[in-house]
Write a protein that binds this ligand. Structure first.
Ligand SMILES: [Zn+2]
Length: 185
């Protein structure tokens, strides 16, 4: 299985230019899935619009999913993507996520995109854009594709995918209440 994942990954790299914007029906389905998972938090005490999912690129089998935990963990680096990468690597007992794809409800910030690159993820697929999120909450406005384009590390970035579904997480009144509280701090 490992060899299969590796060869699939090589195929992706070989068609890097073509694959960058190549979005499949499976990508859309997985994005809707992580958005639904993230939406579950809206009816809890900790509503959150940022969620991420890491799946095997070859089989689609889920390895790990999590939402942003900056508040509960008192950790400014605990964005959904970095946290999911951290948990996935701990689960694998490896610092490499080669052979895996990350789906995130929002385009990753520079920190998260750098973490994705360092982790060796094959692909990263995002839902809402940084600009979408920036309408409601502070953002570092460097497009993920720009970060990925300024390194010799490889991670195909695709998105926005199911943008409207993901933007709804941000415009939900329960999330808007949380964003208003963040602004006061
Ligand atoms: Zn981030």
């Amino acid at each position: 299985m490992q060899a299969g994942a590796a060869s699939f990954s090589t195929g992706i790299l070989a068609t890097h230019a073509l694959a960058a914007d190549d979005v499949s029906a499976m990508d859309r389905e997985r994005m809707r899935s992580v958005a639904a998972f993230t939406a579950e938090t809206l009816s809890t005490d900790h509503p959150m619009a940022f969620g991420a999912d890491i799946v095997s690129t070859a089989t689609g089998e889920r390895l790990m999913r999590a939402v942003n935990r900056v508040g509960p963990d008192h950790d400014p680096s605990a964005h959904a993507e970095t946290l999911t990468i951290r948990l996935a690597c701990a689960n694998l007992g490896s610092g490499s996520l080669k052979g895996y794809t990350l789906y995130t409800t929002c385009e990753p910030c520079a920190m998260c995109m750098a973490c994705a690159l360092w982790s060796g993820l094959d692909r990263l697929v995002f839902g809402a854009t940084i600009a979408d999120a920036g309408r409601f909450v502070s953002q570092i406005s460097i497009p993920a594709k720009e970060v990925a384009g300024r390194t010799d590390l490889h991670c195909v970035v695709a998105g926005p995918v199911e943008r409207e579904v993901c933007v709804k997480l941000f415009t939900d009144p329960r999330m808007q209440k949380v964003f208003a509280m963040w602004k006061k701090h």
